[in-house]
Design a protein around this ligand. Structure first.
Ligand SMILES: [Zn+2]
Length: 88
């Protein structure tokens, strides 16, 4: 009965604690308190004038997709990306 381990605490609880706000850069929803650090961490490129907002958004989407694919697919993707770099 002494088990107080966090057994995948429902995230909804934390989410209800503070309002969800939409990130204007990537369009995803974040806890309001987390949004500032999310932006700082994920959208540093925003302050780089050579990276457009559209590019930043595309990168965010690519990263989101990247996280979904298998390790094998990631390896394959990296090879193809470096091939694409060579062609460019
Ligand atoms: Zn964002």
């Amino acid at each position: 009965m002494a088990r107080t381990d966090v057994d995948e605490k429902p995230l909804t609880e934390a989410r209800l604690a503070s309002p969800m706000v939409k990130c204007d850069v990537c369009g995803r929803h974040y806890n309001q308190r987390y949004l500032t650090s999310h932006k700082r961490l994920s959208h540093n490129a925003k302050t780089d004038p050579s990276v457009s907002v559209d590019d930043s958004r595309a990168v965010e989407m690519i990263l989101a997709l990247y996280k979904k694919i298998s390790a094998k697919a990631r390896t394959d993707l990296r090879h193809r990306l470096s091939d694409a770099e060579d062609e460019a």
